[in-house]
Design a protein around this ligand. Structure first.
Ligand code: HEM
Length: 340
């Protein structure tokens, strides 16, 4: 099923996420929502209905394939019953409502997180032109084909692997560090299991709620040094001086928990990395972007945005469960000349 930004599902999903985000600022939300929560309840109903629609479409497709095979006596085509995530969910979960919830879980886990992280990456590149040129230089060296400016050209998938483009991956990680799509995490200890003691000796009784702020973790000077507030993709490479031959050096998920760690770590981490690298390679080599700036501000050649020496404030996130950029990232886009 296609989902556009203006579809009823997208609008309901965005509204519900924003509303749940606001609950963290309203300890009386259970009470206030009795009177003011009807829009939220409508949004939830739309989202759940979309989940049921995904499942019923998939089940209809599978039944049609089985029926056609029965009346034509042809074997069921190999791809009719499998290959997609929704097929696997249908095969492994009996209850269609649970399948719908699982499908929505995947959709919500992977949709906004990836899109928002790409918005922040592009924003960082627009404000740090040197990092953008570095990224383009890596792509030009590693995948000369992409520079032919032929959007239809089939690219060698192996050359697009994040391991082949360490600086591009590092650029994505640096944006994830400064703008983690899941900015804080909440976990609760089980009430039917023994109490938990954290490695530092903190005792957590059954039912205790722990909240930690990934946004703050990622700016810790103890981990990332005194320049932890700066956008510097090369901090993720093992050789800061060399422009070639460097490797991407990941951090332990417990030091950099952007994708969470342990048994409930993100299942889509690799997929997000691959998608991000592919998108960055394509858009940064084919297009030139300029941020649409407030009146009177202008971008300098190094990407700084200023008005009579006053820097434009950083863009901020909107209220939500994840980290959307408030107002999106309005840009002017033009095809990039290959000589540039
Ligand atoms: C930059 C992109 C992404 C980030 C930063 C991210 C981050 C996270 C985080 C922090 C969690 C743990 C949430 C929690 O336990 O409270 C998580 C869980 C999860 N993510 Fe991602 N995610 C990303 C992309 C994706 C994609 C593309 C998919 C798949 C399509 C995906 C699927 C999942 C699933 C299924 C879980 C639940 C795992 C479980 O509970 O066992 N994620 N993700």
């Amino acid at each position: 099923m296609e989902i556009s930004a203006s579809s009823p599902f997208s609008r309901a999903f965005d509204h519900a996420s924003s509303h749940i985000g606001l609950r963290f600022q309203n300890p009386l939300y259970r009470l206030t929502e009795v009177f003011s929560g009807s829009d939220f309840r409508d949004s939830l109903a739309t989202v759940k209905q979309f989940g049921r629609q995904i499942v019923s479409n998939a089940r209809r497709r599978r039944s049609r394939a089985a029926f056609e095979s029965l009346i034509t006596d042809d074997p069921i085509p190999e791809d009719a019953f499998g290959g997609t995530l929704i097929d696997s969910l249908i095969e492994s979960l009996a209850d269609p409502l649970v399948v719908a919830d699982a499908a929505l879980n995947f959709l919500s886990a992977g949709r906004d997180t990836t899109a928002q992280s790409l918005t922040w990456t592009l924003y960082a590149l627009l404000r740090h032109r040197t990092a953008l040129e570095d990224l383009r230089a890596e792509v030009t060296t590693k995948i000369p084909d992409v520079v032919e400016n032929d959007a239809e050209a089939a690219l060698d998938v192996a050359s697009l692997q994040p391991t082949n483009l360490p600086l591009t991956l590092a650029t994505f990680y640096e944006a994830l560090r400064l703008h983690p799509p899941v900015p804080f995490e909440i976990k609760q200890t089980a009430t039917d299991k023994p109490p938990v003691t954290l490695p530092d000796g903190t005792y957590l009784p059954p039912g205790a709620v722990v909240v930690w702020c990934i946004h703050a973790f990622n700016r810790a000077r103890e981990v990332f040094g005194d320049d932890s507030h700066l956008f510097r993709p090369r901090r993720w490479l093992d050789d800061d001086r060399s422009r070639s031959g460097h490797n991407f050096t990941p951090k332990s998920p417990f030091e950099f928990p952007v994708f969470n760690g342990g048994p409930r770590a993100c299942l889509g981490k690799k997929m997000a990395e691959v998608m991000a690298v592919w998108v960055l390679v394509r858009i940064c080599t084919e297009w030139e972007f300029d941020e649409v700036l407030a009146d009177g501000y202008a971008a300098t050649s190094n990407g700084n945005v200023q008005k009579e020496h006053v820097l434009l404030p950083d863009r901020v996130s909107a209220n939500s469960l994840t980290l959307p950029m408030e107002g999106g990232l309005p840009c002017r886009v033009r095809v990039r000349k290959q000589s540039s």
